[in-house]
Design a protein around this ligand. Structure first.
Ligand code: OAD
Length: 242
């Protein structure tokens, strides 16, 4: 499965999207007609909606956080963490997902470029902290004591994704870029493949169906993440040992 990798691979950047968590029972954003759990992502993740309808937004993310307690990492999360722990070179994991399934699968490093359900912050004191399981407009900030400005630490449309400087350094230096379970619709993540490719990386996509940027990858595997991801990374580990 990795026979195409003729040159030595030492630095790998992995990008994951909602498709890796789909088989854990978390809905993707766009598979069901552009809705996420019945909501248009633009309605519950756009700058401004916190001011216009904070209760709805907090309620929505409280439910998503609670849903995490009912799902488990699947074989694709486990295969990625196994690879991170056993590959002799450098692996950098970037996820667009706000769930914590990579961490629960044992991934030692995960950059949540769109934020995390497990984190919240206060717009009064700017403190970032572990999220309270359920918080509302009336909940006082544990740091400054003021109520009304706590929000999930999630990057909304119109805000800048987290860790971009570090991400671009990693992508620029990667020999191999692997994109898994993402539709290639939302930028800047959708542009990473072009960036990796321009800097000489071999680019591999694993997705259930063609993404918007499939044509930019050297190799595309179409299939379920729980099958294709373990297959790909175990083949890469094996090749690395020879
Ligand atoms: P999408 O819902 O846009 O795309 C998920 C992709 O995963 C689709 O291309 C599916 O075909 C694929 N897929 C679904 N099930 C799969 C499976 N079992 N195995 C493999 N592939 C599967 O989700 P993302 O691309 O992650 O942003 O969305 C990107 C961003 O858009 C999200 O991070 C979120 C959203 O708005 C923010 O919240 C800021």
């Amino acid at each position: 499965m990795t026979d195409f990798l003729e040159k030595g691979i030492d630095r790998i950047a992995i990008l994951t999207g909602a498709g890796v968590s789909a088989e854990s029972g978390l809905n993707t954003f766009r598979d069901s007609g552009g809705l996420w759990e019945g909501y248009d992502p633009l309605d519950i993740a756009t700058v401004g909606v916190l001011d216009s309808n904070r209760d709805m937004v907090l309620d929505f993310y409280n439910s998503r956080r609670s849903q995490l307690n009912d799902c488990l990492p699947n074989p694709s999360h486990l295969a990625i963490s196994n690879f991170q722990n056993n590959f002799s070179g450098h692996v950098f994991l970037i996820t667009q997902n706000v769930d914590d399934l990579h961490e629960r699968a044992g991934s030692s490093q995960v950059l949540h470029m769109h934020g995390s359900l497990r984190s919240m912050r206060c717009d009064y004191c700017s403190e970032e902290m572990d999220a309270i399981q359920k918080f509302e407009k009336s909940t006082a900030c544990p740091s400054c004591g003021k109520a009304g400005k706590l929000r999930p630490d999630i990057v909304f449309f119109g805000e800048v994704p987290k860790g971009l400087d570090e991400i671009y350094i990693e992508i620029r230096s990667a020999d191999l870029f692997v994109s898994i379970g993402t539709s290639g619709v939302v930028y800047p993540a959708a542009g990473f493949v072009a960036h990796a490719r321009d800097n000489g990386a071999i680019c591999v996509e694993i997705n259930k169906e063609k993404s918007e940027v499939t044509n930019l990858f050297d190799i595309s595997y179409s299939g379920l993440a729980t099958e294709e991801v373990p297959r790909f990374f175990s083949s890469l580990l094996l090749k690395n040992k020879i």
